[in-house]
Structures are given as structure tokens and as C-alpha cells.
Design a protein around this ligand. Structure first.
Ligand code: BES
Ligand code: ZN
Ligand code: ZN
Length: 475
């Protein structure tokens, strides 16, 4: 599917199918009201009615809002995928709504087909967006084009992230992920450096190395960066890139292990954000650091009871090898802060099942010390239609990480508040001067789902990418 903005008016466009949005008020006075009502159509969201003979698709909406249109057009995209139309037309409605329509269509039509031997016969469907509002009034083309181009870049980056996350673990090892980052840099103005196991040893990144130890696939530390000449600010992004999380010796039960290829979503989101920022040529310097590791079992696996010395010298008592993401992030956060003096540092991780319990599958948990930063991130997420909620720190939960024999334990002593204790663990690795500039995104629920929701299909979603790019745009 290709979405194209055109200066042609809706009526001048000759296409095989036209799509009309209908609110309740519009349905009341519509010429096809009777036939639509007979077809049990109501002007409510999620109502789609296709008349093959007249080549018209009617789509019910409760309001002409970006949030509703984004999700509605994801459904339209799914519906269209069962037909072989070569050309379809819709109105742009407004610059903001055109953006939502494009996002819905492109994000909603994504599917991961790499391993299907029989691919669906694809038609090259072109969807034309006419530059006019609901009453047929011409809209300024340049402001529409700006929004549409931006939406297309964001969707492209989101689908790139989804592809990486959906790739099975044997085909996306830490080395494979590092090659993808290098490829991304080769095709763009991004720069990429990959660090291997020996480098990690030299850098005393022993917490990350311990997690990696039992895997035959050696760990990689990825540094991908974007340095425009006119940079106004610097932001560092750190991603958890567990290409597989078996749980290690604290082995996951079989049912919970399935889908753990998605434990690299934080890292893949960081790569996707850099792809988007580069495509949009944003005037901000962005550094992405991804700890790419596989958490496996074996004779040399790290163990519950081990004590690890992280890069910053702090000691960690391992009480559960399945709480591995925070160990990898601890070292990568230290490395990132040492290498880059940034105005902000964000980390993205499928860190805890507890976050999914707290907020449900669809909402990203955001945590940090700065109320103002949380406010800005929440604002960015609601403006792009992604769900996020802040989980508050407190000193009582911090106490739960205390260890009798090391500086801290890698899990809380109580199972409650696990998303927050995980973030408080990371806090031990944030430098004093960065405390107010740090934000942690727990995407354990929102990054992946085995059933489709909103604009997301089965599998990886790329959620939080658009929020972060929106935040960066505001800098
Ligand atoms: N990768 C998991 C978190 C996760 C769980 C992501 C479900 C997506 C869906 C993480 O490494 C993990 O296993 N965390 C443990 C922490 C516990 C041992 C303190 C968890 O959430 O159970
Ligand atoms: Zn784990
Ligand atoms: Zn994990």
C-alpha cells in the first residue's frame, strides 16, 4: 500500500473506490441514508460498510479527531487488504487529520510475512489523499505535505522496529542486531560503532557480561548516533536488547518463555527512533546505545547467589537471573553517561511483567525523578495517540532493593511494585547530575501483543517510538 497526497480535488480523482467518513449528523441528511440503515450501518466508530456496486466505502466516526481517525483507518487498512483495489481516494480533512489517516493506514496494514512460504498475493494499492476538507474546500498543499511526509517517515521507522522485534531469536542474535544497526548507518547519515566482548571486559561491564555468558551468541554493544550541524540539544537513548530471555537459571515457565524474542524491543525502538530522527533531519544530536545480549542457561551461566561488580564499581547480589535486563542496562547506562554529556537520557526496556500487571498491556510505564520531564513525555505521548502513565517512586520501595552482602540486590524483597523497584535499581546507575534528566520507559506490555489492538497488528508494535520522536521535536 502506498499513500499519496495529491493536489487534485476529490471529485476529479478517478479511483476504483472512494471512502467517505460519516458522523451521525452527516448520516441523517445523506442521500444513501436508507440503504446504509438497511445495511445496519450506524455512524459509530468501527463501523465500515462497503458497497461493491457503487464502489463506495462508508466509515462511521463519532468525531473527526486524530485519535479516532488513526485507529479507524487502521481498520480500514485491514478491510482493504481483502480486496484488490488498485486505487482508492479519500479526503485529507485537515493537516492534522491527514497525518492520523496516513498513520492509521500504514501502521494498520503492517504484517510480518517473512517466514510465510505462501505470501498473500499483493496488489500495489495506491491511496490518494485529496487536499480538501469535509466540505470540499481546498486545503493548503504545503502544510498537508509536511504532515503527510512526517507521518510516512514515522511509520517507516515504526515498521522497521516491528520487523526487528518480530524476527525470531536465531535470526536476530546480538551480532545480527549489530549488523542491522550498521546497515542502517550505511544507508543514511547515521554513524555506528559496534563493541565486542573483549571491549566490554576492558570497560568492566561485568553485569552485562554475566548475563551474556551462557549464550553461544556473543554480546554486542551498539552505539548509533546522529549529529546534525545545527544541534540545539543532545539526547541519549539506551535500549534493552535481549535477543532472547529464557530467564537463565531462574528459568521461565514454558508458557512465559514464548514471545521472549520481544525482549529486544527497547533496543529496536532506539534504532527506530534514530532512523526517524535522521529521516526528519531534526536539529538534535541523538545517541543510541543498545546492550544486545542473549540470556541463556549452561554450565557457565551466571547464578542466583553470584555477586557482580558493575561498571561503576557497585556490587549487585543476583537473586534472580530472570531480572537480567536491569543488569545489562546498569552497565550500558554507565557507559552512555561516560561517553556522552547529554541534556536528557531516556531508556527503553521490556523490563517487568509487573508493569503489565500495574497498567495493562497497552500502556507504557514512565518513571523518573523530574515531574516536569514526566509531564513533557506524557504530553508528547498523548499528542501522538500512544498510552503512557507515570508510576511514582518512593523511599519504602527503594528499601526493598537492599542486600545484606552487596550494595544492592537485583530484585526487590517483595513482589509488589516490581516495575518501580526495577526502575529504582536503574537509578543506582544514573549519575547525580543526570537524575532530573533521566526517564525510564517500561514497554513490557505495550511493545508486543499476540492480539491486535489500536493501530497495532499481532506481534511487535513499535509503541513509544512516536512519543520519543515527538518529545525530541519539541526540544
Ligand atoms: N523480560 C522480562 C519482562 C517481561 C515480562 C517482558 C513479560 C514482557 C512480558 C524480564 O527480564 C523479567 O523476566 N522480569 C522479571 C523480573 C522479576 C524476576 C523480578 C518479571 O517481570 O517477572
Ligand atoms: Zn528476564
Ligand atoms: Zn528480560
Amino acid at each position: 500500500m502506498v499513500v499519496k497526497l495529491t493536489e487534485d480535488s476529490f471529485s476529479d480523482l478517478s479511483c476504483e473506490l472512494q471512502i467517505d467518513l460519516l458522523t451521525e449528523k452527516e448520516l441523517e441528511s445523506h442521500v444513501s441514508k436508507e440503504i446504509l440503515t438497511n445495511a445496519s450501518f450506524e455512524a459509530k466508530s468501527k463501523q465500515i460498510c462497503l458497497f461493491l456496486e457503487s464502489a463506495q466505502m462508508f466509515v462511521g466516526v463519532e468525531s473527526l479527531s486524530a485519535d479516532e481517525l488513526r485507529v479507524t483507518f487502521a481498520q480500514v487498512a485491514k478491510k482493504l487488504s481483502s480486496y484488490k483495489y488498485k486505487s482508492v481516494k479519500i479526503r485529507a480533512y485537515s493537516a492534522i487529520l491527514a497525518r492520523a489517516i496516513v498513520e492509521g493506514l500504514v501502521l494498520g496494514s503492517y504484517s510480518y510475512t517473512r517466514y510465510k512460504s505462501k505470501k498473500d498475493e499483493s496488489v500495489d494499492m495506491e491511496i490518494f489523499l485529496a487536499s480538501e476538507d469535509k466540505d470540499g474546500k481546498k486545503l493548503p498543499y504545503s502544510s498537508l505535505a509536511l504532515q503527510v511526509d512526517e507521518a510516512l517517515s514515522l511509520c517507516d521507522a515504526t515498521n522497521y522496529t516491528r520487523d526487528l522485534v518480530n524476527t525470531p531469536p536465531d535470526d536476530m542474535t546480538p551480532e545480527d542486531l549489530s549488523l542491522c544497526a550498521q546497515e542502517l548507518a550505511a544507508d543514511s547519515s547515521l554513524e555506528c560503532t559496534i563493541y565486542d566482548e573483549k571491549f566490554l571486559k576492558d570497560e568492566n561491564m561485568n553485569a552485562m557480561l554475566a548475563v551474556a555468558r551462557a549464550s553461544v551468541h556473543k554480546p554486542r554493544l551498539i552505539h548509533l548516533h546522529y549529529k546534525p550541524k545545527n544541534a540545539k540539544k543532545v539526547i541519549t537513548l539506551v535500549g534493552k536488547g535481549l535477543t532472547y530471555d529464557s530467564g537463565g537459571l531462574s528459568l521461565k515457565p514454558s508458557a512465559s518463555m514464548v514471545t521472549m524474542k520481544m525482549d529486544k524491543a527497547g533496543g529496536c525502538t532506539v534504532l527506530g527512533i534514530l532512523k526517524a530522527v535522521e529521516a526528519l533531519k531534526l536539529p538534535v544530536e541523538v545517541h543510541g546505545f543498545v546492550g544486545a545480549v542473549e540470556n541463556m542457561i549452561g554450565g557457565n551461566a551466571y547464578k542466583p547467589d553470584d555477586i557482580l561488580v558493575a561498571k561503576n564499581g557497585k556490587t549487585i547480589e543476583v537473586r534472580n537471573t530472570d531480572a537480567e535486563g536491569r543488569l545489562v542496562l546498569a552497565d550500558v547506562l554507565c557507559f552512555a553517561q561516560e561517553r556522552v554529556k547529554a541534556d536528557y537520557i531516556f531508556d527503553f526496556a521490556t523490563l517487568t511483567g509487573a508493569c503489565v500487571v500495574a497498567l495493562g498491556q497497552y500502556t507504557t510505564g514512565i518513571m523518573g525523578h523530574s515531574g516536569n520531564l514526566k509531564h513533557l513525555v506524557r504530553k508528547a505521548s498523548s499528542s501522538v495517540g500512544e498510552l503512557s502513565a507515570s508510576l511514582p517512586f518512593n523511599d519504602h520501595l527503594k528499601e526493598l532493593l537492599k542486600s545484606k552482602i552487596a550494595d544492592m540486590s537485583n530484585i526487590g524483597s517483595s513482589p509488589y511494585g516490581g516495575a518501580i523497584t526495577a526502575a529504582l535499581f536503574l537509578d543506582h546507575f544514573i549519575d547525580e547530575e543526570m537524575k532530573q534528566k533521566w526517564m525510564h520507559f517500561d514497554i513490557a506490555g505495550s511493545a508486543y501483543s499476540e492480539s491486535s489492538w489500536g493501530v497495532n497488528p499481532h506481534g511487535a508494535t513499535g509503541e513509544s517510538l512516536r512519543t520519543c520522536v515527538e518529545f525530541i521535536k519539541g526540544l
